[in-house]
Design a binder for this molecule. Structure first.
Ligand code: 13P
Length: 258
């Protein structure tokens, strides 16, 4: 089993002082551990420099939650991939279901954001996942296939190999209703098979496919134990230092035992 990747998505939470405390608490706990697991924290834009400052000396990376689909210029309120790169940010979430829902992001917009990030050497963490209606109608594989195909499969092999995929079933996000380990595994294996068809077996094996959606300190171990679950994209539980560190430890344990 390859080392896991655990990413915390803070969403629109925390004041500056709270952000500082949270980053320092997590960093101090990580300092005591020898980790193979890669850890990323994605605070809101105004706190990214706090994260990059601490990321250097501690064993984690800083990530953003979004970026502009445009390179630069008169786009008031937007933040470019180049700006993120200039701060030392290494990862960026794109296509989160909350952005698809509240900001009307399409697969095409997400594809453009992926391109901007790759141009600047950042790792795009591209989210996909079905709504509850899709799952009830047994359409979930089709929906996810369309999202992945339209947002990622324009990339050449070398570009694709920089990308992380996060499967986040919308019905599991912030609801406390987690996908069962088997449901997660089935979708992750399906996504990996799509990648294999397009980019080959080695790339498919090396691609990180994370699970997100009410993943917490209690269920992380069972989810991460699945063969095709390469880590987690953690929302609510990434705002509590102790829980986030427990999730990271679960990732570490699973890899050591396999
Ligand atoms: P929760 O862990 O709060 O369900 O959020 C998941 C998520 O959306 C991470 O991007």
């Amino acid at each position: 089993m390859k080392p896991k990747l655990v990413i915390g998505n803070w969403k629109m939470n925390e004041t500056f002082d709270e952000a500082q405390d949270l980053i320092i608490n997590i960093a101090e706990s990580l300092e005591k551990l020898t980790l193979e697991t890669e850890v990323v924290m994605c605070p809101p834009f105004p706190y990214l420099e706090l994260a990059t400052d601490h990321a250097e000396e501690n064993d984690f990376h800083a990530g953003a939650q979004n970026c502009s689909e445009y390179e630069k210029g008169a786009y008031t309120g937007e933040v470019s991939a180049k700006m993120l790169a200039s701060l030392g940010v290494e990862f960026c979430i794109v296509g989160h279901s909350e952005r698809r829902k509240y900001f009307n992001e399409s697969n095409q917009t997400i594809a453009a954001k992926v391109d901007r990030l790759l141009e600047e050497g950042l790792v795009p963490v591209v989210c996909c996942g079905e709504q509850l209606e899709d799952r009830k109608a047994d359409n979930h594989f089709k929906v996810v296939e369309k999202q992945i195909t339209e947002s990622l499969f324009h990339l050449n092999q070398e570009q694709f190999e920089q990308v992380v995929i996060a499967y986040e079933p919308v019905w599991a996000i912030g609801t406390g209703e987690t996908a069962t380990p088997q449901q997660a595994e089935d979708m992750h294996a399906f996504i990996r098979s799509l990648v294999e068809k397009k980019y080959g077996t080695e790339t498919a094996y090396n691609t990180y496919i994370l699970y997100g959606g009410s993943c917490n300190a209690k269920n992380a171990l069972d989810l991460f134990a699945q063969a095709d679950v390469d880590g987690g994209l953690i929302g609510g539980a990434s705002l509590k230092a102790e829980d986030f560190v427990t999730i990271i430890e679960a990732a570490e344990t699973v890899v050591k035992e396999n």
